[in-house]
Design a protein around this ligand. Structure first.
Ligand SMILES: [Fe+2]
Length: 507
């Protein structure tokens, strides 16, 4: 494609991408007037030196997709592996005298059975790796993945949450790792009963109560028989139902006599149980689940650790479906520093129609505030991996800019694909992007992911072509939009000019 293909009134024959395959203008975009034609030609000149090899771009995209997809498929694979290791513990205690049946099963377990410890450690290692790829996407599995049997799924969810929270708390690797192993096996002695109780409404029988209250000790017995010797692992399983006020079981321990690993397990256990449904009740929304812990002023939990948990995972767990103030339906994709203002992606418009390309929204600005949490189990979305790619770009963009930017006060003429223009002020600048203050009485409406062209008069004639940029953040105040934009593939000449502007601003 070349510039001759751009004609007023005719749709673009193909999508214009930059060299990384990022879409600048979609195929079918109709150039309505001369202003838009000028924008498209300048954008083409600014970014494209040579159209990327289509095959290569598609391959790159497929690679990206695979990597992100891995997080979701990794968790599914981990679950299948866990199922294989733990399935044999899923048939005891479903009928008759449960404790007796369990004790018989335990006596049948041979010491160091089939490399059990190594297998669980292997699953734990893979969960940790999955969280390294993308914590937010891994956390989304707690809301989105419920296809396996309840007991196993619950253990996996608790493990994912423990890993993310203990990373947040800065625990060292060994402690984190064995807390993860404990999360996967904390209910090993009552998987079958746990699955049965999941669907049971009403009071437990005496036998069931006895089993529930003994499951931490029986769990440790089983683990020891299977060759587990690590003290953190065993102690955490033994103590995961102890309570801060001494009302828990089996030891009635309180306060500091309970290990912090067991306390985290307990919190993650309560939270994950609340956000998953039962046959007789629907899952609680993630904000309700976490608020309940505090509203109830629960004396059984460690308040400091609970505060850390809420700070780490936020009010809205990634994967949660929400309705925004403007009526759009979105999925929470990324936690932010504000627990009540995550980053979301709109997947349906206000009339409930699915949006082909999800739009990223910052819920800290109008009209994208979260208005309502929706029952996530009643919604589905099939292109999850797409949602996390943009968020990662934002994270990278923010990190890069935080370290490099300098204050400036330069004029910038901004134009967009709708033919709108605005005169703004660049208030800070870095090699990768800038923040532009734009009066909000102009016609231009800044939207996340919008492609812009910036002309900077201060750069003089040396900047012969405008700089192409993508809008990454918008904050709206009474008089101004504050927009964070990321430069796209600066050409060497443009890159040198930005460096000069930076030096002038510093000097
Ligand atoms: Fe338990």
């Amino acid at each position: 494609m070349n510039k001759e293909d751009f004609v007023i009134g005719k749709p673009l024959p193909e999508t214009i991408c930059d060299k990384h395959g990022r879409m600048l203008l979609r195929e079918g975009f109709i150039i309505k007037n001369s202003k838009q034609l000028k924008f498209v030609c300048e954008l083409f000149d600014s970014v494209i030196e040579k159209q990327p090899d289509k095959k290569e771009t598609l391959q790159e995209k497929a690679g990206d997709k695979d990597k992100k997809d891995n997080v979701l498929s990794n968790v599914r694979e981990n679950m299948a592996q866990l199922d294989k290791v733990l399935r044999k513990f899923d048939d005891a205690g479903t009928s008759g005298n449960i404790i007796k049946s369990l004790e018989t099963s335990i006596s049948k377990i041979s010491t160091n059975d089939c490399g059990f410890t190594g297998n669980i450690e292997d699953v734990a290692r893979k969960i940790a790796e999955t969280c390294t790829i993308d914590e937010d996407m891994a956390l989304s599995c707690i809301v989105l993945q419920h296809n396996f049997n309840y007991a196993l799924t619950h253990s996996m969810h608790v493990a994912l949450m423990c890993e993310v929270v203990t990373r947040f708390l800065g625990w060292e690797n060994t402690e984190r790792f064995y807390t993860l192993c404990a999360a996967l096996t904390m209910n090993i002695s009552m998987f079958a009963l746990q699955n049965k109780l999941q669907n049971k409404e009403g009071a437990l029988t005496d036998d069931e109560v006895k089993t529930v209250r003994r499951h931490p000790q029986l769990g440790v017995l089983i683990l020891k028989k299977l060759g587990v010797t690590n003290p953190i692992w065993l102690k955490s399983v033994l103590q995961h139902h102890e309570s801060e006020d001494g009302s828990g079981y089996p030891g009635g321990l309180s306060g500091d006599t309970i290990g912090r690993q067991a306390k985290i397990l307990k919190l993650a256990d309560i939270y994950c149980a609340r956000v998953s449904g039962r046959k007789y009740r629907k899952p609680l929304a993630s904000d309700t689940a976490i608020q309940k812990i505090f509203k109830e002023n629960d004396p059984t939990i460690d308040t400091k650790l609970a505060m850390a948990l809420i700070k780490c995972i936020g009010l809205y767990l990634p994967g949660t479906f929400v309705r925004l103030s403007n009526g759009e339906i979105a999925i929470v994709t990324h936690r932010s520093s504000k627990i009540h203002q995550p980053i979301v992606h709109t997947v349906m418009d206000s009339s409930g129609l699915q949006i082909h390309v999800p739009k990223m929204r910052m819920t800290n600005c109008s009209p994208y505030e979260i208005a309502e949490v929706l029952p996530s189990h009643e919604y589905s979305y099939t292109m999850m991996e797409k949602l996390w790619q943009d968020c990662n770009r934002v994270k990278i963009y923010e990190l890069k800019r935080k370290h490099e930017r300098v204050r400036t006060c330069m004029e910038a003429l901004i134009s967009d694909a709708d033919g709108q223009e605005a005169l703004g002020t660049i208030i800070n600048l870095s090699q990768s992007g800038c923040c532009i203050k734009i009066p909000n009485n102009t016609e231009m409406v800044p939207e996340i992911n919008k492609v812009l062209l910036l002309s900077i008069p201060d750069a003089g004639d040396s900047l012969d072509k405008p700089i192409a940029a993508i809008l990454r953040r918008v904050t709206n105040t009474n008089d101004y939009y504050y927009t964070g934009v990321e430069f796209m593939d600066l050409k060497p000449q443009q890159s040198r000019i930005v460096k000069c502007l930076l030096l002038n601003a510093v000097g």
